[in-house]
Design a protein around this ligand. Structure first.
Ligand SMILES: [Zn+2]
Length: 566
């Protein structure tokens, strides 16, 4: 039985909520009941009841567990996770529409592997060999390199990080002093970074700042040093393979020079050969030529690697409307294994993928099958630049014009708090019931209204101050095609993109409530007579006068001007 709300004109069949409202208004029995939001409509409540918090915990602990090793696209852990999601879809009896009858859309993906027996860093003093470091004791990023030169030790002081930029969003790069006028041309530069603040969480930015400062110095090679011996090997480039459309993110990775790292006993041995010690680095001058010559040989080979979007379909019950689709999405991948560090990505985006598993079960187990079809998809390569969803949108298994909306869940498992990117002063305890709704006002206001109407049941405090995140998840590739999107996001936090983003920190009750909200919105979109239309002026504005890739006409129908319209 339908629920009364502004959209009642759109979906006439919803009496139940009306009854509730009337009862409360009439001060009837329900008056005693706590101010409970009306329940889900009867046509969909049964499905929602098939998923509980315990189930969500099981799914997320598996997705973010050790076996899947942080689900790095192109890595074995990702492929295991993809099979896990496919098995879930199969168990629910959802249709497989992927390649060869599977639930997979394979994304061309290649990784660069280091050829160990041709990879080494050798140091010589005069005619004598001092040390040869094999591939197993090198860390950092690998790219084919052959370089040699006299060694210069560079001790760089990195000042404390400046506060985040305007709007608390962008991180500021520290300024590196003291390198101007240094002649490092054709030298092999050993870099020791001395940081002024909390190294643990900020070193990637410091390293990047030093790298930027050394650009243009035409060094033969730059070798970073660290206290311990690197383990886990060098990390090769991962990204869309030659088959896929070149992706700027992947292209950037391809161009990056080799960034080998050494440390531990190897660093001590090299310094000893130059009459120095590791402890002495704290007081060493910025640049010290060492009486050593080094040769860096890095050999790599390209290898195809597992990358697939995992998707399934619940066909609609209406003979006509079944050819229209509501898409429910998340990204399955995260940062994976990098060296010996594994980033579990419980919130990013283990929570969203748990949301997709939950919503899929709600739909599949609900007695009433909606009129339109529903497509559930977990994308790959999101962390590498939204690569999987771009491939999906560019090679869509269903007509883009048939997609009524894409509902994206990315990071729906935490309470927003201050983080490395900003959000100064935000405290988790103040955000237990807040969710960010992103992108719904950009193209089709009817979708926005629908989300708000369904929130009468869900009961969240919706925030709109994260539009800046619009281009940072997979829905962006659908919006680019002119598909209405809604992005559900609980906000950043201190564990974002850290190895500490673990399942024990997830707010499971909230995650399930968001998934149920998305289910309710998706059900409405799949049942309602009409579909959200794109406002022409909003589309024009979104296209930015054609400055971005968006096509002339959106894939979804444009709203016709009331007067003179059809
Ligand atoms: Zn994410």
């Amino acid at each position: 039985m339908p629920r009364p709300d502004p959209l009642a004109s759109l979906f006439p069949a919803r009496p139940a909520a009306l009854a509730v409202a009337l009862f409360v208004a009439a001060g009837g029995l329900l008056a005693q009941a706590p101010a409970q939001a009306p329940g889900l409509n009867g046509d969909r409540a049964a499905g929602a009841a098939t998923v509980d918090v315990k189930q969500c915990k099981e799914w997320l602990h598996t997705l973010a567990g050790p076996e899947f090793e942080g689900r790095g696209t192109g890595q074995p852990g990702f492929e295991k996770a993809a099979n896990y999601v496919a098995a879930h879809f199969k168990a629910l009896g959802l249709e497989a529409r992927g390649q060869d009858g599977t639930y997979f859309q394979h994304v061309p993906w290649s990784t660069t592997k280091v050829v160990a027996d041709k990879t080494f860093l050798k140091f010589r003093k005069g005619d004598a060999d001092v040390l040869t470091i094999p591939a197993a004791r090198l860390g950092g990023n690998a790219a084919a390199t052959d370089a040699a030169g006299d060694v210069v030790l560079l001790c760089v002081d990195v000042p404390a990080m400046p506060p985040p930029g305007e709007g608390g969003r962008r991180m500021q790069m520290p300024t590196i002093e003291g390198l101007d006028g240094l002649d490092l041309k054709d030298k092999v530069v050993l870099v020791h970074i001395r940081q002024q603040d909390d190294a643990a969480t900020r070193s990637p930015v410091a390293t990047f700042a030093v790298r930027q400062a050394l650009q243009g110095k035409e060094a033969a090679a730059i070798v970073l040093t660290q206290a311990t011996t690197p383990s886990g090997g060098m990390v090769g480039r991962a990204g869309a393979g030659r088959g896929g459309r070149a992706n700027p993110a992947a292209g950037g990775a391809r161009r990056q020079p080799a960034q080998p790292t050494i440390g531990g006993d190897d660093l001590a041995a090299i310094l000893a050969a130059a009459g120095m010690t590791v402890d002495g680095l704290a007081k060493a001058p910025t640049a010290t030529p060492l009486p050593l010559r080094a040769q860096l040989s890095l050999a790599t080979e390209e290898a195809n690697a597992p990358a697939m979007n995992v998707f399934a379909v619940l066909p609609g019950s209406d003979p006509v409307k079944k050819d229209e689709y509501v898409v429910i999405g998340s990204h399955l991948d995260h940062l994976g294994r990098r060296g010996d560090a594994i980033s579990p990505g419980a919130d990013d985006d283990g929570s969203g993928t748990t949301g997709v598993l939950a919503v899929a079960q709600m739909f599949a187990k609900n007695k009433v099958r909606p009129a339109r079809s529903v497509l559930f998809v977990c994308f790959s390569g999101e962390e590498n630049g939204l690569i999987g969803s771009r491939f999906f949108a560019d090679n869509c298994p269903i007509p883009l014009s048939s997609i009524v909306a894409e509902l994206q869940m990315d990071m729906i498992g935490r309470d927003e708090e201050e983080n490395m990117e900003g959000d100064k002063g935000e405290l988790a305890e103040n955000n237990r019931n807040t969710v960010h709704l992103v992108g719904t006002k950009k193209l089709a206001p009817a979708l926005h209204d629908l989300c708000l109407a369904a929130n009468k049941t869900a009961g969240f405090e919706i925030e709109y101050d994260q539009e800046g995140m619009f281009s940072r998840s997979d829905h962006a590739n659908f919006a680019q095609k002119g598909v209405p999107v809604a992005f559900f996001f609980t906000g950043l936090h201190r564990d974002y993109h850290q190895t500490t983003d673990t399942p024990d920190k997830i707010h499971y009750e909230k995650l399930l409530r968001i998934a149920t909200w998305v289910y309710d919105i998706g059900f409405e979109l799949a049942m309602q007579p009409g579909r959200p239309e794109i406002e022409p002026e909003l589309w024009g504005k979104f296209r930015g006068g054609g400055r971005n890739r968006a096509p002339e006409a959106p894939a979804a129908p444009l709203k016709q001007a009331a007067a003179g319209g059809k």
